[in-house]
Write a protein that binds this ligand. Structure first.
Ligand SMILES: NC(=O)C1=CN([C@@H]2O[C@H](COP(=O)(O)OP(=O)(O)OC[C@H]3O[C@@H](n4cnc5c(N)ncnc54)[C@H](O)[C@@H]3O)[C@@H](O)[C@H]2O)[C@H](O)CC1
Ligand SMILES: [K+]
Length: 468
């Protein structure tokens, strides 16, 4: 089952990795025409009713196949000029029949045997507006056989097409049932694995934007336990977390290092801890444990933090404790080892299959860092490519831990936060490389985080989602 948001994620990632979706649209339209002919035979009179998004484009491609052995009319509900994106223009070029305006809708429906509903797909939000709402009512009262493309238009709202068949792509979409979608036929349209299992701009869609009217702390609270031996690591993680939009970051460190860490920024808070961990630290929505902790940490305190935390990112030295802590699946846990840390904590070679096995048996998300990051929750295996050789400098791992924990502190689930965190980290490095070649620093990378958000949230159509 694919949610609308997951479909949009795949869409955005496909665009980023492979260019436009036209090849997929061709496959989608062809799949619809095949199903229509399989179900109803040739020689039909078909009315294809198109909206102005890509669902309409699928309809036009289907029409250009169906016209070979059927009588086909195409209606563009918002007028032909609404089919104006590059992809829609290309779909129109593949069709050598007329495309009529909305004034022809009644006649087209009256004369046909089959209506194809290509009005709205997974890009729709809320109840269909005019002219779609009226068209949907007409289709439902037409008494004709109705085939919806991808989803019944308006699905989930009070004005929705009630089709006999829905031809859907890749997987059944969220909310579809036999009752609201008729016979559901799933067709593969050749989406490559990488569009699904590679971190990309599509992961930006899951970034939790602050609700208007929300107040301090509602958009992320993070406790960072680190900098006990290497204070700089905690500074990097805390600053990265703030750059990713966490409201409140507090660093818990040693008495000696607290003033040093505090002197590097006035944007996070710093507290020193003694023999026990202050209760308030667990009131944060997420805990990051590890950056700069060093090897000689107090095992009792560190185990206590892990056991108390509900949402936690574990990085660097404390990872060694993990095998002794049993199953953590009741919590949201991300572990971020590099190859040799993975070897130490698991006793296994740092390869994707072992990362997956470890994730499954411990109930955690593993982010195995490397030239290509591997991200797995034990069920699915993702990768994050990109980045460049300068990322071997100290601090990039602290930054990643800060990013992932910030995203979790804002409510993102562990796996989603890990996909987005790895993508932002590598993209920030690549952006710095564009500007400074190999001579950039981790501070430059943290400075690039807002620009990464701005650059890639457009690609993911985040603004259109926000607006709805
Ligand atoms: N993901 C894939 O691999 C492929 C999907 N394809 C098809 O494309 C649609 C999704 O296309 P998209 O352009 O994102 O959205 P829609 O066609 O659903 O239409 C959005 C369009 O409509 C406007 N709109 C949104 N809500 C409403 C509303 N309530 N009332 C009126 N208008 C609304 C919005 O502003 C947009 O302009 C997917 O379902 C597949 O059918 C491609 O074929 C490629 C492969
Ligand atoms: K549809």
């Amino acid at each position: 089952m694919l949610s609308y948001l997951e479909s949009a994620r795949i869409d955005a990632n496909y665009r980023y990795f492979y260019g436009d979706l036209f090849r997929l649209m061709l496959n989608a339209g062809r799949a619809v025409s095949e199903v229509v002919e399989e179900e109803f035979g040739k020689g039909q009179r078909i009315c294809v009713v198109c909206g102005s998004g890509n669902n309409g484009g699928d309809g036009i491609v289907a029409a250009s196949e169906l016209i070979k052995s059927n009588s086909v009319s195409v209606i563009a509900l918002r007028g032909r000029e609404s089919l104006s994106t590059d992809m829609l223009k290309r779909a129109v070029e593949t069709y050598n029949g007329p495309i009529e305006g909305p004034e022809m809708l009644d006649q087209c429906i009256a004369n046909c045997t089959i209506v194809i509903d290509a009005i709205l797909g997974v890009g729709a939000h809320g109840t269909p507006r005019e002219p779609y709402a009226s068209a949907i009512r007409k289709i439902n009262t037409s008494g004709k056989a109705v085939v919806s493309i991808d989803v019944p238009s308006g699905l989930g709202s009070e004005i929705a097409v009630r089709p006999h068949i829905t031809v859907t792509f890749t997987d059944v979409k969220e909310g579809m049932t036999g009752e609201n979608s008729g016979k559901i036929v799933v067709r593969d349209i050749g989406i490559p694995r990488d569009a699904v299992y590679r971190a990309g701009p599509g992961d930006m869609l899951f970034y939790p934007y602050p609700e208007p009217g929300s107040h301090k702390g509602m958009n992320g609270t993070l406790s960072v336990f680190g900098g006990w031996s290497y204070y700089g690591s905690a500074v990097i993680a805390a600053r990265a977390a703030l750059a990713a939009g966490c409201d409140l970051v507090k660093v818990y460190t040693t008495r000696e290092n607290a003033p040093l860490i505090a002197s590097h920024s006035f944007e996070y808070m710093v507290s020193s801890i003694g023999d026990s961990v202050p209760e308030e630290a667990f009131r944060s929505r997420c805990i990051l444990l590890g950056p700069g902790l060093g090897r000689d940490f107090d095992r009792r305190i560190v185990s206590q933090i892990i056991m108390r935390a509900q949402r936690i990112v574990l990085d660097a030295d404390p990872l060694r404790l993990l095998p002794h802590l049993g199953d953590l699946s009741g919590k949201e846990v991300v572990v971020t080892p590099h190859a040799s840390e993975f070897r130490d904590m698991s006793g296994m070679d740092p390869v994707p299959e072992n990362a997956m096995e470890f994730a499954k048996s411990h109930g955690v998300v593993v982010v195995l860092k490397g030239e290509e990051d591997i991200i797995t929750d034990g069920n699915s295996l993702y990768r994050c490519t990109g980045g460049n050789p300068r990322m071997t400098m100290g601090g990039t791992g602290d930054m990643l831990a800060g990013l992932i924990s910030a995203l979790m502190s804002k409510g993102m689930p562990a796996l989603r936060a890990s996909l987005l965190g790895t993508f932002i980290n590598k993209s920030a490095a690549d952006m710095c490389m564009e500007r400074k070649g190999l001579w950039y620093s981790v501070s430059d990378m943290i400075g690039a985080v807002p620009e990464v958000f701005l650059r890639y949230s457009d690609g993911a159509k985040i603004n259109s989602f926000r607006a709805h």
